[in-house]
Ligand binder design. Structure first.
Ligand code: UDP
Ligand code: MG
Length: 153
């Protein structure tokens, strides 16, 4: 199984509510490798690009106002089947339906203030990572993977 990279955004509600450390810890604890991490303030045009599939929805104006209201923490995580693993750790979009133990299940009770974004497929991740990170902002450093995966996984 080859490793994948996926894009995460800790949204303005996660920053305002003091959940950055809580959420980052969950990914570290799972054994995902942090290969990029920074704080950015999303602009209106970046919001329209990132949420292009939602710009025509009635809730888009609230979404743009929210996502541009405060800086976010952007991260790139790497690991085997990282896209699916991370989406499962996040839980579904509607946090009220998210199981306890997931990030959204534990930290949110809302569809629109659901604390985290995560790429929804490998193809999406390949578009989203360069949207937020320059090549030189991603790091290819060594971890001793013997302690993370067996060699035949
Ligand atoms: N969103 C919202 N209301 C909705 C659906 C989505 O405010 O009815 C927001 C919410 O912040 C969500 C984001 O739009 O996380 C992106 O929606 P998507 O369907 O891509 O969900 P996600 O991939 O974040 O689970
Ligand atoms: Mg999505």
């Amino acid at each position: 199984m080859t490793k994948e990279k996926t894009l995460i955004l800790l949204k303005p509600d996660a920053v305002q509510r003091g959940y950055i450390g809580n959420i980052v810890s969950r990914f570290e604890n799972k054994g995902l490798k942090i290969v990029g991490m920074k704080m950015i303030h999303i602009t209106s045009s970046l919001s329209k690009e990132h949420y292009a599939h939602l710009v025509s929805k009635p809730f888009y104006s609230d979404l743009e106002k929210f996502i541009t209201s405060c800086p976010v923490v952007a991260m790139v995580l790497e690991g085997k089947e990282a896209v699916e693993v991370v989406r499962n750790i996040c839980g579904p979009t509607n946090a009220r339906k998210a199981l306890a133990g997931t990030i959204r299940g534990d930290l949110s009770n809302s569809t629109s203030r659901n604390v985290i974004h995560a790429s929804d497929s490998k193809e999406t991740a390949e578009k989203e990572i360069p949207r937020f990170f320059k090549k030189e902002e991603l790091f290819d450093y060594k971890l001793n993977e013997y302690y993370f995966y067996a060699s035949d996984e």
